[in-house]
Ligand binder design. Structure first.
Ligand code: NOJ
Length: 690
């Protein structure tokens, strides 16, 4: 560690003199930029006060990736940290350590970076620090603002952070402030076509570099979206409160990390741990009570309108039906049974009548006590469901009791839901009148966080639907295990569908933020009803591949039990595939076209591989170098049948075995809308798929 210390007074003199000269129209020689290079000197960040403004720049092997970009925070009720700043001092430190994930896509994570801390001053006290952490594969920075004795509370009205890209890159993105939150198909356009976009936002440069802008550790702050301010510049646009302010702060605070991942191959974006590394370590201590695993449940049948959430003749969450799912789970080795529509509140327009939800009162035909006992005897747990419809006051008033009630029924995971028609959440404002908050503003960020923390006290994991986006907080609160936050399988049940290219987009966009509860595994793809009424845009082998491609520690087998029992050979893959991994590697892929991912089981030496394509058929050569060298494996291959295609023959599948080793290159043929799933078992314990 080394430290530069400059004479504060000289600095202040230069700053004041500089701004006087500047306002007199004279050129000011800027102080030399402070720089920090990543451990292997791949990326270099520079920081400088230029024209009185705080700015940074990023280059890769000396070539600019980001042009000079502004930094700063504006307050509406205190002095802003934007201009008139001077660098007081700075320091660097090098970190190279590794930490263990209690569950995850890999057990060990390496955290290797150089940190540059720059303290700025605007008067005679340090006004704030900007801390940069520079990795070989990306960087993050955040503002650290000490308390202000004059203003206990401060309101941020504008965050000046910019990402000034050097060209009009090709971009994969989703708009911000849209009624269905993050649930849209990705757009592909030049950067200049963006108006306001959510992150992660993915780009490819003309030179073939892959970039992803996102944020890490979003705590007590609104989501950062990106506004196009012209000239290939994207500026932080924080989702506001209903009163127009952006962030309500009290005392000292830190912002989330603003991040950019930079990779030479598209797969480098997937393999990066930047977001997790920028989060704080686990605060929950021993989390051995968390249970990553696969689950089934009373869910798809409502989405395909076979049963209802509401009470009545078609009520899905009745005791007999749930017992059927528990039996099925126990027979085939699933740990959980999700039950939706179990509690009072679903009758009538449940999206509009959010205040009717009662989280401790089951419908009379759902005998929760008996079912909890029945499940326990069979070694299975009920997965709870809390649909709030955005009724935050109603939910928070019951939160403690609701969690205790679930814990008393042996529940270890709850899926929460925030379906709202317009992305706006009602709360009672300071004037005692209802006001509407955006679903991704600071008010809701606090709410989602509170739910995860209360759940943790009851040893319950959370799977948030209609969530705030993932920013890696699972490192700090490992019980916030998974979430939705994109168009999942449900859209294939009742909308025009996600289309055959959706997964190959998701893998390089939404999935860069963290695990997703996509709810894969629909097997009824080819029946007349499925073809007429749904838009699954997938082959059967692709449904299997999703278990490897779309990481989630809670992974659903979403179809009805009878549809799995009708196809026992293909179902074997879902029975085998784990939801917790020792290591993961993105092998190959191109954004929106195809992706190949390999993962090793955390509890055995087995490897799994998933490959999915888009609407075009594709022949892939997959080197098996990830396998342990010198070991022979049985590859159990679930491939698209020769005449398979998502639109005409989705269920054609070819299941075969062959011997392979790490020296082999597998040829994988993906049908249009297809995929491939493989289990690799070291040969001494291999068994052929049943
Ligand atoms: C939307 C969720 O994404 C879905 O999984 C759930 O079934 C419904 N809301 C009802 O809560």
């Amino acid at each position: 560690m080394y430290r530069y210390t400059r004479l504060l007074r000289l600095r202040m003199f230069l700053a004041v003199a500089g701004s006087l000269l500047f306002s007199a129209g004279l050129a000011v020689a800027a102080e030399p930029a402070l720089t920090a290079s990543s451990p292997d000197h791949v990326l270099q960040v520079q920081v400088q006060v230029r024209d009185g403004n705080l700015q940074y720049q990023l280059s890769r092997f000396g070539v600019p990736v980001l042009d000079w970009s502004r930094l700063g925070l504006q307050f509406s009720d205190a002095s802003s940290l934007t201009d008139g700043l001077a660098i007081a001092d700075s320091s660097t430190r090098d970190v190279d350590d590794r930490w263990q994930q209690p569950w995850g896509e890999r057990q060990w994570v390496r955290n290797r970076y150089r940190e540059l801390r720059v303290n700025f001053t605007s008067a005679d006290a340090p006004a704030m620090a900007v801390v940069f952490r520079v990795y070989d594969e990306g960087f993050g920075f955040r503002y650290e603002v000490p308390a202000d004795a004059q203003h206990a509370k401060r309101t941020i009205s504008n965050e000046l952070t910019e990402f000034a890209f050097v060209a009009d890159h090709k971009t994969w993105w989703n708009g911000a402030y849209l009624p269905n939150r993050y649930e849209y198909l990705y757009r592909e356009s030049p950067l200049s076509a963006i108006w306001k976009a959510v992150t992660p936002l993915t780009m490819k440069t003309a030179q073939g570099l892959y970039l992803s802008v996102h944020e890490a550790a979003l705590v007590d702050y609104p989501e950062m979206t990106l506004e196009n301010v012209g000239g290939n510049r994207l500026k932080a646009d924080l989702i506001p409160w209903s009163d127009g302010s952006k962030v309500k702060t009290e005392g000292a605070f830190v912002t989330p990390w603003r991040t950019l991942t930079v990779a030479e191959r598209a797969t480098g974006l997937i393999d990066s741990d930047l977001i997790l590394n920028l989060n704080e370590p686990n605060t929950l201590g021993d989390v051995s009570w968390l249970e990553p695993g696969k689950y089934v449940g009373v869910w798809w049948e409502m989405h395909i309108r076979q049963s209802t959430w509401a009470s009545g003749d078609k009520h899905g969450a009745n005791t007999a039906n749930v017992k059927r799912f528990i039996d099925f789970a126990a027979k085939y080795g699933f740990k959980g049974v999700l039950v939706e529509g179990w509690n009072v509140g679903w009758d009538g327009d449940w999206i509009a009548n959010s205040d009717l939800f009662n989280f401790t009162t089951p419908y009379p035909d759902y005998d929760f006590d008996a079912l909890a006992r029945y499940a326990k005897n069979k070694g299975v747990r009920i997965i709870g469901h809390h649909e709030t419809s955005g009724g935050i006051a109603n939910y928070e008033s019951q939160l403690e009791d609701a969690m205790a009630y679930m814990q008393a029924h042996d529940v270890r995971a709850i899926k929460t839901g925030y379906v709202k028609q317009n992305g706006l959440i009602e709360r009672i404002g300071d004037a005692g009148k209802p006001v509407h908050e955006w679903q991704h503003g600071q008010f809701m960020v606090r709410h989602y966080q509170k739910v995860a923390e209360v759940a943790a006290k009851h040893h319950i994991a959370i799977n948030t639907h209609e969530p705030i986006k993932d920013t890696g907080l699972r490192r700090t609160w490992p019980n916030w295990m998974t979430r939705e936050g994109a168009r999942g399988q449900e859209y294939n049940a009742w909308s025009e569908g996600n289309g055959p290219g959706h997964i190959a987009n998701l893998a390089f966009t939404r999935m860069l933020s963290g695990p997703m509860d996509f709810t894969p595994g629909i097997f009824d793809l080819g029946s007349k009803q499925a073809m007429d009424e749904r838009n699954l845009s997938s082959t059967l082998a692709k449904q299997l591949a999703l278990y490897v491609v779309l990481y989630s520690p809670l992974q659903m087998a979403a179809d009805l039990p009878e549809n799995y029992e009708a196809k026992p050979k293909a179902f074997q893959f879902i029975r085998d595939v784990p939801a917790d991994w020792a290591q993961s590697r993105a092998i190959d892929g191109e954004i929106g076209d195809f992706v190949v991912i390999a993962r090793q089981d955390r509890n055995s030496r087995d490897w799994y591989l998933g490959a999915v394509g888009d609407e075009n058929g594709r022949l892939l050569s997959v080197p098996l170098g990830f396998l342990e060298s010198g070991v022979r494996y049985q590859a159990q291959i679930y491939a698209d049948g020769v005449d398979a295609s998502w639109d005409k023959n989705p269920e054609a599948i070819e299941i075969s075995t062959r011997e392979v080793s790490s020296n082999d290159v597998l040829r994988l043929r993906l049908a249009p809308g297809g995929g491939s799933a493989i289990r690799f078992v070291p040969l001494h314990k291999a068994v052929a798929p049943r």
